[in-house]
Design a binder for this molecule. Structure first.
Ligand code: FAD
Length: 495
């Protein structure tokens, strides 16, 4: 079938209102929140059930048409950007909460359910869903699964992978599989562990079983202002060293505070302080009071200028919104910015922040820092002006230099935003060709024709011995893998 016929067939399956294919309808889908690269998709389709996703994917697979899944499009690394003229499979209409089992602390959701909506739907019974990316009011649980999303409260509660226990998954061949188990540890290969964080390259999650938690009895939130970044960094290390695991420890530097105070989320940070920490502890009421006092004492032992515990929910909410809206607020101080996402050992915070400010000085680009300090997960916001010739490219280089610093101290090039298309080259800071080939070999088992979100997450190694070996295995098991057709050039280094 040629491309036009495939579109007609998609319209036949879903009806005309659920297939966008006219050029003027496609511009909204030319990138995600990583806007440095854009490209139009071939079409955008809106299935409403696992069966419809499977039928669409089978059709595209059989006709060699590339495709990719998309949630809310808030990804920050280009994971949902259609670089190969893909058909975008949008999951936004699959947004229902299917079942809640309060006795066993499980909820079954469709992938397009917005993260915060899940908590809103169960909050009146005293429950919530823990992973809380700052984008939680718009991003989807399917997108969270694919990116293994983190959030402010993941220091204590763990990132998305700790909260997803099972999923229905449409493989890139159109076959439907169940992975993980609602209860108990993984049996057999831990395919769920593989799929969480796979950035839409191994298939499409169409039903997801998550853990839900009882809301903590008490919460105390402290705001600590520091004259020096080094004192704030030492405070973070000392809190953890004292055996306290706060629900969250977030840090913002001076430039980030300036941005927030120019936005609707004004707190009134003193202009001359270098860093603010937002530290939250939660749990049983009695313990929380005592832990919160210890946190305040540790702040005081590190020259804090002022430290204050929120007096009421309104004050706490204001502090949190100033932190959670800080990315958006950066638009108040710069026409453009790139959000970077490196990880470092917590103990190297002061040194790495110093190196980032050196990179900023040398490049002439301002860098604001807003981040999950407790996890050592940095988010340098590299400010630039795309109207100045060459400045976008400079900002991209600065981002890469920052990630090199993170990798060099034993950290990682992404804590939660994924690799996508943005950090492909930086994967080589962490992995050898052999490492990368092993990862691509896995991909070719799930995604034999490389039609599902090709070119994302893993760069091509210069040698492909292991990949070719995996392809031979797939050929020998063609029935199982959904009619593999020979694609010997698929992952050749020259492509
Ligand atoms: C202001 C702002 C703040 C943010 N803060 C955070 C934060 O604190 N923590 C954090 O982790 N991230 C954060 N992000 C990044 C982003 O919100 C997350 O990566 C989120 O998980 C993406 O969800 P989405 O629904 O928008 O997915 P999309 O952007 O649509 O897709 C992301 C990836 O998932 C794949 N995908 C989508 N749905 C499925 C599915 N059903 N099955 C398989 N693959 C799928 C796509 O192909 C793509 O590769 C932030 C983004 C913004 C804009």
């Amino acid at each position: 079938m040629n491309g036009d016929k495939v579109i007609r067939e998609l319209v036949r399956i879903l009806g005309p209102s659920r297939v966008l294919h006219k050029p003027h309808q496609l511009h909204t889908y030319n990138c995600d929140a990583y806007v440095a690269k854009t490209s139009l998709p071939r079409a955008v389709v809106f299935p409403e059930s696992t069966e419809e996703v499977a039928r669409i994917v089978k059709l595209l697979h059989e006709n060699d048409i590339p495709f990719l899944p998309r949630g809310a499009g808030t990804g920050l690394s280009g994971g949902a950007t259609p670089l190969n003229g893909e058909v975008i499979v949008s999951l936004v209409r699959m947004n229902r909460l299917l079942r809640v089992d309060f006795d066993n602390l499980r909820a079954v959701v469709q992938p397009g359910l917005v993260n915060l909506t899940l908590t809103r739907k169960i909050t009146n019974k005293g429950y919530y869903y823990a992973p809380d990316p700052s984008s939680q009011s718009v991003c989807t649980i399917g997108g969270n699964l694919a990116e293994n999303a983190g959030g402010s409260h993941c220091l204590k509660y763990g990132v998305t992978t700790n909260h997803i226990v099972a999923a229905k998954f449409v493989l890139p061949t159109g076959n439907v599989v169940d992975i993980g188990q609602p209860f108990g540890d993984p049996v057999g290969y831990d395919l769920l562990g593989l799929v969480v964080g796979s950035e839409g390259t191994l298939g499409i999650a169409t039903e997801i079983t998550v853990r839900i938690l009882k809301k903590p009895q008490a919460v105390k939130t402290a705001l600590a202002l520091f004259d020096r970044v080094s004192d704030a960094s030492d405070t973070v290390s000392d809190i953890i060293r004292a055996g306290i695991i706060p629900a969250a420890i977030e840090m913002m530097d001076q430039l980030a505070m300036q941005a927030v105070d120019k936005s609707n989320y004004y707190v009134g940070y003193p202009a001359d302080i270098e860093a603010v920490l937002l530290i939250e502890v939660d749990g049983m009421a009695a313990g929380v009071e005592e832990t919160s006092q210890r946190v305040v004492e540790i702040c005081k032992s590190h020259n804090v200028r002022t430290v204050k515990v929120a007096e009421n929910d309104a004050e706490r909410a204001l502090w949190w919104s100033s932190r959670k809206m800080a990315f958006g607020a950066t638009g108040r101080i710069s026409p453009d910015y790139i959000v970077q996402d490196g990880v470092i050992p917590r103990s190297r915070l002061t040194e790495v922040l110093h190196k980032i400010s050196e990179i900023s000085r040398e490049s002439g680009l301002r860098i604001a820092n807003v981040f999950h300090a407790g996890d050592g997960n940095l988010h340098p916001l590299i400010c630039y002006d795309s109207r100045i010739p060459g400045e976008t490219e400079k900002a991209i280089k600065v981002g890469s230099a920052v990630l090199k610093v993170c990798a060099d101290v034993g950290g990682s090039i992404t804590g939660e935003h994924g690799v996508g298309i943005e950090k492909l080259e930086e994967m080589r800071f962490l992995f050898t060709d052999t490492d990368l080939a092993a990862q691509l070999a896995i991909r070719s088992v799930f995604n034999p024709k490389d039609l599902c979100n090709a070119g994302k997450l893993v760069p091509k190694p210069s040698r492909c011995v292991e990949v070719r070996h995996a392809q031979r295995i797939i050929e020998q098991n063609a029935d199982f893998f959904g009619g593999f057709q020979e694609q010997t050039e698929l992952m050749s280094p020259s492509k």
